[in-house]
Design a protein around this ligand. Structure first.
Ligand code: G4P
Length: 534
């Protein structure tokens, strides 16, 4: 029986996100975590199979029709499952770079991130970008080098790449013996043992591992395996002599990354990775509020909204606000206050989420992620509490680099269009800007990447019943400005000034060159850089 002591419950929680370049294996690894967590009876592509069949029971982040059409993952999933004594809250992040702002918000709710690399490709463009977000947030990172069942690169070279390109100290905990067809298992350097694997078709089931102490050596008459074993031994000796010692503090500070090799598809190395995550990922601790004061976990209830997701259940067209609990115990039915609006709301419909499936949550603890249904007013970044107010540090809005003019193409639907536009802005799907004097009927949509416009257009049409024309605009760069500068900027050619719905004034430029020139010639103007500016 679990105890109901807040410290004991919090100590059992592990809340982390998975980040990767598209196709490195994030979905497959998530699926295998669920297999090992006892949430799936078969790990053979249940997520994808269900998607392809248009199934409604998929444990998947790909819940939007648009995602299926595009074959990409746009939204972020939250999965909760029990692993041994631990309660794992797993946050999926969109792999596509157009959604980096969303990723940034999700990482605000995570205590660590697993960075999945494709063993044949190493660090890819999106890995680097996501990593930078993690570094910015000082999140500890665990590295999983995946697809080792295929011919990969030299593992030592991959470590060098992590060190050189990410300026992160790699510390391999596991080390592969063989690769491709000859991938036989991994050496667990910390436990000084060899874990041998048996291959099954797509790792559909969990097969017992063969674990032997390293000191026993490998007894085999397979000469290729004997060669691979000898090579692995040499490499491990080299690592023992040259690589950094594992240092928990440096890991927690985001300076050192434990590295694991494996193959999510065939389950190789997944159990060791999950066991290690259950150990290494820090348990939730006090969170700093906007005044840099720690909100202790046993303080009265508080949580942070990090994501609002619409349309998770197409049958209901509802909206779920995802909250990370920061302090206190959550009990379903409790009345909470939204710090931004000072309004109370009920938590009758609280859920934990497993892809599309939901289970009612009656209680939850610091570190847990809960979904509250149809609390229309909640926005990413909001602080909620019951008795003792709190404000969280602001989650910055990313610098948009794509702009489009949106127009409602059916004048009878203007009201729906306006409501939809406001809703999309409050969820952070796109940023909505208005040019002074032009009213609300010609909003400018601003985004990090153009796929966000597709999502906005799709939702305006299908959810709000507002057919819309979205035309790409010529601006490419934005800077935050103030009213005094705006008066001057508005008179310049190639520059526009627009106001975000939150009141922030942005100066839009047609090229970075033009921005540089204006900034150079008018040093008196306020042109502040924004987060994520390329
Ligand atoms: P993502 O979420 O990071 O985008 O990657 P995803 O898991 O969807 O994996 C991308 C492709 O890589 C999939 O192949 C998947 O089966 C494959 N993959 C993932 N992990 C491994 C691994 O450990 N070894 C090997 N060999 N392949 C792996 P696909 O062809 O796109 O789909 P499918 O038809 O195989 O399902």
């Amino acid at each position: 029986m679990p105890t109901h002591d807040i410290h004991a419950e919090t100590a059992r929680r592990r809340t982390f996100a998975i980040i990767s370049h598209p196709d490195a294996g994030k979905t497959t690894l998530t699926e295998k975590f669920l297999l090992y967590g006892g949430q799936l009876t078969s790990g053979a592509g249940a997520v994808k199979a269900a998607n392809k069949a248009g199934g409604t029971k998929a444990v998947t982040s790909d819940w939007m029709e648009l995602e299926r059409q595009r074959g990409i993952s746009i939204t972020s999933t939250v999965l909760q499952f029990q692993y041994g004594d631990r309660v794992i809250n797993l946050l999926d992040t969109p792999g596509h770079r157009d959604f980096s702002e969303d990723t940034y918000r999700v990482l605000a709710a995570a205590d660590a991130a697993v960075m999945v690399l494709d063993g044949a490709k190493g660090i890819e463009s999106q890995t680097r970008k996501l990593f930078e977000v993690c570094r910015d947030r000082e999140i500890p990172i665990v590295t999983f080098i995946n697809k080792w069942d295929r011919p990969g690169r030299d593992p030592l070279e991959l470590l060098d790449e992590i060190e050189d390109q990410l300026v992160l100290d790699p510390h391999p905990i596991s080390w592969p013996v063989g690769d491709g067809d000859r991938f036989a298992g991994v050496i667990n350097r910390h436990a000084q043992e060899f874990i041998g694997f048996t291959r099954t078709a797509r790792g559909a089931t969990i097969v017992a591992e063969e674990i032997t102490p390293l000191s026993d050596g490998l007894d085999t008459d397979n000469s290729a395996l004997a060669d691979d074993w000898a090579t692995a031994q040499e490499q491990v000796d080299l690592l023992d002599a040259a690589s950094t010692e594992f240092d928990l503090k440096r890991f927690q500070a985001g300076e050192l990354t434990p590295v694991f090799f494996g193959s999510a598809l065939t389950n190789f190395g997944v159990r060791l990775l999950l066991d290690s995550l259950a150990e290494l990922v820090p348990a939730p601790t006090a969170r700093l509020d906007a005044n840099n004061e720690p909100r202790l976990i046993d303080s009265p209830f508080s949580a942070m909204v990090f994501k609002v997701q619409a349309n998770m259940d197409p049958a209901h067209r509802d909206r779920v606000a995802f909250l990370r609990i920061c302090s206190g115990q959550f009990s379903r039915g409790m009345t909470l206050i939204n710090g931004r609006t000072d309004r109370q709301f009920s938590t009758k419909y609280a859920h934990t989420v497993l892809g599309r499936d939901r289970a009612t949550t009656d209680e939850a603890w610091p570190g847990d992620i809960i979904g509250l249904i149809s609390t229309g007013e909640l926005r990413p970044g909001d602080a909620v509490y019951d008795t003792e107010p709190v404000t969280w540090p602001e989650v910055p809005t990313f610098a948009p680099s794509c702009f489009a003019q949106a127009t409602c193409s059916d004048t009878a639907k203007t009201k729906q269009f306006r409501n939809g536009i406001r809703q999309l802005d409050s969820e952070g799907v796109v940023q909505v800007l208005h040019r002074p004097g032009r009213g609300e009927s010609e909003p400018i949509l601003a985004a990090v990447g153009p796929l966000q416009f597709d999502v906005a257009e799709h939702r305006l049409r299908n959810e709000f019943g507002a057919p819309v024309r979205v035309e790409t605009a010529s601006w490419t760069t934005a800077r935050q400005t103030d009213e005094a500068s705006a008066t001057t900027l508005e008179k310049m050619s190639g520059v526009a000034v627009a106001q975000r719905l939150d009141g922030e004034l942005l100066a839009l430029f047609e090229s970075p060159y033009w921005l540089a020139r204006v900034a150079d010639e008018h040093p008196e103007l306020t042109l502040n850089r924004m987060v994520g500016e390329g």
